[in-house]
Design a protein around this ligand. Sequence first.
Ligand code: AMP
Ligand code: ZN
Length: 109
Amino acid sequence: MSCIFCKIAAGEIPSAKLYEDEEIVIFKDIEPKAKIHLLCVPKDHFATLAELNDERSALLGRTFAKIARLRDGLGLTGGYRLIVNQGEDAGQTVHHLHIHILGGEPLPW
Ligand code: AMP
Ligand code: ZN
């Protein structure tokens, strides 16, 4: 598997991990676009929301709930923004679905 996020999830490539469980990992983005910029990556490899099925939809539901629960521990008490880039026009560069988590300061739109 040549996918960089699969390798990070498997611990084969180092990352600044803040949270991990059996189905997701959260680590710092190497090119932060805000004071706090994290990536939440499901361990299941799929590229876009077009590949959702019932199982993956449930996984994403649990993932959003976990992000909300982890908010304070991640330093996001003041609020945060989630971004899921889909495809070329959105600038998606890693083709393994991931949720950008931005915060730690007031964010310009
Ligand atoms: P996207 O443009 O939505 O595909 O986002 C991919 C993100 O992954 C970018 O914000 C990159 O800075 C980030 N990224 C790429 N490689 C790594 C890495 N090895 N560790 C942490 N973040 C990475
Ligand atoms: Zn992958």
